[in-house]
Design a protein around this ligand. Structure first.
Ligand SMILES: [Zn+2]
Length: 244
């Protein structure tokens, strides 16, 4: 590890279930497939929740919107299966226009109360830029906002959505939140061993890549961190929040 200021060994001994809340099909594979593979290997049940239907993610005029939505669900399920993910939830919001509103917040809260994850992974709601060359997709910010607004103050407060108790979904408080894309990540997990499967998962999203081999080579160079011995290692980093 080149930087010792990070925690690199998360304690998942009290984690049975993890939920990943993201905007688009492929986001979870990019941001945390390595960690999800590690958790699945430990017997932790991982669920992906994809908030939008991904219907803007292709420029091929031969493909209709509904075909694209269906295609992206199939791709996401394949990718999730490779990473050992148990379930994928598609919430069906429109791609490109994701925003927090009472209906999606209630549906996400219901899912949290049903799944009862100890750990949630989401994107940073305040990340407007990525490096110096990219504007972050607004859906990524808003997915983070919807996730944290559903976690607090909704999911663990019985005064929110009391009708859900009739459905059998009772308040639930998570223990850990991992925020991807934070300026000050505190947790940095070595996923070098899981990288080949992570890349294979990402490349399941065939509709997104015209040159998969070229993309793979770019990622191997771009994501690697050079070690003192000259080798490359790969990490996934998060801001970790712990709730007592
Ligand atoms: Zn995305």
């Amino acid at each position: 590890m080149s930087d010792n200021s990070f925690n690199s060994t998360p304690d998942w001994s009290d984690v049975k279930r993890a939920l990943v809340i993201v905007a688009h099909p492929d986001d979870a594979d990019f941001i945390c497939a390595g960690v999800c593979i590690q958790m699945a290997n430990l017997g932790i049940e991982v669920t992906y929740m994809v908030l939008t239907n991904g219907d803007k993610g292709n420029h091929n005029p031969e493909i209709t919107r509904n075909q694209l939505i269906a295609m992206r669900q199939i791709e996401q399920r394949k990718a999730a299966t490779l990473s050992g993910v148990k379930e994928v939830l598609f919430m069906g919001e429109e791609d490109g226009f994701l925003h927090s509103h009472p209906d999606i917040r209630k549906r996400v809260t219901r899912a949290i109360r049903r799944i009862r994850p100890e750990l949630i992974i989401c994107t940073h709601p305040d990340r407007y830029f990525v490096g110096e060359g990219y504007i972050n997709h607004p859906d990524h910010r808003n997915a983070g906002l919807i996730a944290i607004e559903s976690i607090f103050p909704a999911a663990d407060n019985p005064m929110f959505y009391p009708d859900m108790a009739d459905e059998g979904y009772h308040p639930h408080k998570i223990k850990y939140l991992y925020v991807h894309g934070h300026d000050a990540p505190s947790l940095k997990i070595d996923i070098t061993a899981e990288l080949p499967t992570k890349i294979e998962s990402i490349l399941c999203h065939k509709s997104q890549f015209s040159d998969p081999e070229g993309a793979k080579q770019r990622w191997l160079e771009m994501w690697g961190e050079r070690q003192e011995d000259g080798s490359l290692r790969y990490y996934e980093a998060f801001k970790e929040m712990k709730f007592g």
